[in-house]
Write a protein that binds this ligand. Sequence first.
Ligand SMILES: [Zn+2]
Length: 322
Amino acid sequence: MFEEILPNLYRIEIPLPNNPLKALNSYVIKSEGRFLVIDTGMNREECKREMFSDLEKLHVDLKNTDFFITHLHADHLGLVASLVTDTSTVYFNREEIAIIDSQERWQKLYAFYLSNGFPEYELKKALEGHPGYRYGLKQHLDFCILNEGDPIEIGDYHFRCIETPGHSPGHMCLYEANKKILVSGDHVLFDITPNISSWFEMENSLKEYLASLEKIYSLDVNLVLPGHRSLWNNHRMRIRELEQHHQARLNEVLTALEDGEKTAFEIAPYVTWDVDYGSWELFPASQKYFAVGETIAHIRYLEEEAMIRRKTQGDKVVFSLE
Ligand SMILES: [Zn+2]
């Protein structure tokens, strides 16, 4: 399914089966002779079918198509390898190339979540089903690295890159100042809340995320094109809501520790999650994994604010109020 949003700018909805995100918004911009595709979908058949069918209807010639990928997550990056030709440029950020290429990443994540109290059996299930593991980029690509302020010109659209670390270490938005358009990737979403997880590459991802929200708050924006769900116009109101949302979660983490020390896995059920599974016990392993990652990001923030302290107990890390 695709729709024209502005002259020569289209949204393609790429289905994400069995995923709470439901679909990815891929954006296609046409100009005379050249095309730009922003984010692509997962490296799986259902995404590929939709993308190829819509690109064909839009008369997009892949030989003349470049790609901009907001960040490394499989639903944005995974499919790009199936779309590139030897005359395509794939724009990406520097920070995340090392993460994609890392061989030992999944073992490191396994050890890290175990030490945070994740039960072994469920952790194995969560990692085996992880979209990045199953549907991520499976081959080496030569990216064209973009940095803060770098331009991407396509027809009447004059975009500039804005570095917005937080949701991921190298996340980038695109801003079109004349048309007041913000391509927000997963930095700002409207119907759902971006997942702010813990990263080996970011000491304090929530702090970086909040700073990146503040960074785009000042932009003059009439239309936000997010990576998932509905388009919106008022990014400032949403930014304030997202800040309040994280403040509420920080408070829930502190409340969880009032009756004694806990691992991150034990703190997570005290936090309010936007998913609808009834109780924590009924969360699928993959959702517990995302919830614990997000809990750790909030714990890290509170540690840096000197409100929580950690200690190692056997092979686990436990947290208590300062
Ligand atoms: Zn993402």
